[in-house]
Write a protein of this length. Structure first.
Length: 278
């Protein structure tokens, strides 16, 4: 299986976030941080130890690492390095990570790495942005084309989860629910509304939704709101107060406390750390 889903309604959406090049001196370490995007880290020169989650890998010249969304990571060059990176989202059902349906590898070498590095270089050269205006339309189309090719390379060279088909069936049952959450993330989303959309009673909806996602509906909604807030903090265009309102929290202090409780860092400090990396 190469990343294609049997239900045509389960369309895949891909969104570019950022890209760039980094040159690091030997024995300099980045702050430990997690990003709300998938990261392709392609090493063009040197070598670096990269820790993400509980894994530590040595990435060498000509190799590519996929750092999953929301994984805390650090990069420690063991010699001077030059790298290119791309941040992006690849989602299905509006809000679910496509790449979470696939297992290892997250580390690529050989011909696959060569193709991924070339694609990342093309995206970094374009310097595309999220807001695709008419003036940037051609670059936007090129960037999305490159990103779709990157995702295709990753899924074709990764292992689908053993229960892939069952997982797809479970999530397909809530496709409209996930779409509603993604489209109304700035609102106060009620469990009763989601149950009605799913065609289930409130009790049945709660039970089946939790069985599929391993989260209670309320917890899932909060996670999606905070993940969206992180993406807005990474983009850096809005204030913390504006972001709080954009995800449906009028009280900025409530949002900040919720964010800190979840991630162990305030929104303001997170924004500062991200700006020093990207």
């Amino acid at each position: 299986m190469s990343g294609k889903f049997s239900n045509p309604e389960n369309s895949i959406s891909i969104r570019y976030s950022a890209s760039g090049r980094r040159s690091c001196k030997e024995n300099t370490c980045t702050d430990r941080i997690s990003l709300p995007f998938e990261m392709i880290f392609a090493l063009k020169k040197g070598a670096a130890k990269i820790t993400f989650g509980e894994k530590t890998v040595l990435c060498k010249k000509g190799e590519v690492l996929l750092i999953p969304c929301d994984s805390e990571y650090t990069i420690f060059p063991t010699e001077p390095t030059e790298a290119v990176y791309v941040l992006f989202e690849a989602k299905i059902f509006t809000s679910l990570r496509l790449l979470s349906f696939f297992g290892p590898p997250s580390f690529f070498g050989g011909a696959v790495a060569e193709r991924l590095i070339s694609l990342c270089e093309n995206i970094a050269d374009i310097g595309a942005e999220n807001e695709f205006t008419n003036a940037r339309l051609e670059n936007a189309v090129k960037t999305l084309s490159f990103l779709y090719t990157i995702v295709s390379e990753i899924t074709e060279n990764s292992v689908p989860l053993k229960d892939f088909d069952k997982t797809e069936r479970d999530f397909s049952a809530f496709a409209k629910v996930f779409s509603y959450i993604g489209e109304h993330i700035s609102e106060n989303i009620m469990q009763e509304t989601l149950a009605e959309i799913s065609g289930l009673s409130i009790d049945s909806f709660y039970r089946e939704f939790k069985a599929a996602t391993f989260d209670a509906p309320k917890d899932y909604i909060i996670s999606e709101k905070l993940r969206y807030a992180k993406s807005l903090l990474v983009e850096g265009k809005l204030t913390v107060g504006e972001i709080s309102k954009k995800i449906g929290y009028e009280n900025q202090f409530y949002f900040s406390n919720l964010f800190h409780k979840r991630y162990g860092i305030s929104p303001t400090e997170y924004k500062r750390k991200v700006s020093s990396i990207i």
